[in-house]
Design a binder for this molecule. Structure first.
Ligand code: MG
Length: 203
């Protein structure tokens, strides 16, 4: 399986990163080793001094597809979860400066921890779905799907022009404003609506 991550999908986050609003979805991949196995602790990596959280809704692909039309995209996923696109911001900045790929900053082991539980999309209003991240109990990110520059269906249609989507593939759909650093000992908690689905302590 592969993990597809959408960058700059919320205008307020693109702005805080000093990036332009994209005219097509921007995406990159993380390897399957970026998933954090159940119950495994997350250790602050020793190659960065500026590890950032990016809380994102995550779509699980449930059907094989290529060149999927936007109209049919909704039949390719059934469940929505939430996770963190961990980013070694210092390494990413260096890569960006040099025009190099980002993998060392985005694709390291454990860089895509996910909620154990996913919610059935039929129980959610995907056009205006709230999600949020708390760090040590304090609200640090708040997003709503209505602010996405590209909807889930548009993302699926776009990505599948280039890559076949397979059952179990995950799409991180982008982060709203409010990204920031974590330190060892911090506790992250992410929720869809009022339901906390994800908890992680940085060790
Ligand atoms: Mg991200």
């Amino acid at each position: 399986m592969k993990i597809i991550c959408i960058g700059r999908n919320y205008a307020d986050h693109a702005k805080e990163m000093g990036a332009e609003k994209p005219t097509a979805p921007v995406f990159f991949l993380k390897p399957d080793s970026a998933l954090l196995p159940k119950k495994n602790p997350f250790y602050y990596p020793d190659f960065t001094k500026d590890l950032h959280y990016e809380c994102e809704l995550v779509v699980k692909i449930c059907k094989l597809g290529k060149n999927i039309s936007e109209r049919h995209a909704h039949t390719y996923y059934q469940e929505i979860g939430i996770g963190i696109d961990f980013t070694a911001r210092d390494l990413q900045s260096k890569c960006k400066e040099k025009g190099l790929p980002w993998e060392i900053a985005k694709g390291f082991d454990g860089s895509a921890p996910l909620s154990e539980r996913f919610l059935n999309k039929e129980t959610l209003d995907l056009d205006q779905l709230d999600f949020s991240l708390r760090k040590n109990g304090e609200l640090v990110q708040q997003g709503n799907t209505k602010d996405m520059l590209f909807s889930i269906d548009q993302i699926i249609s776009y990505v599948s022009q280039f890559m076949t989507l397979k059952i179990g593939d995950l799409i991180f759909t982008g982060t709203p404003a409010g990204v920031g650093p974590v330190q060892i000992g911090d506790q992250l908690e992410a929720a869809i609506g009022a339901e906390t689905l994800f908890k992680l302590r940085i060790k």
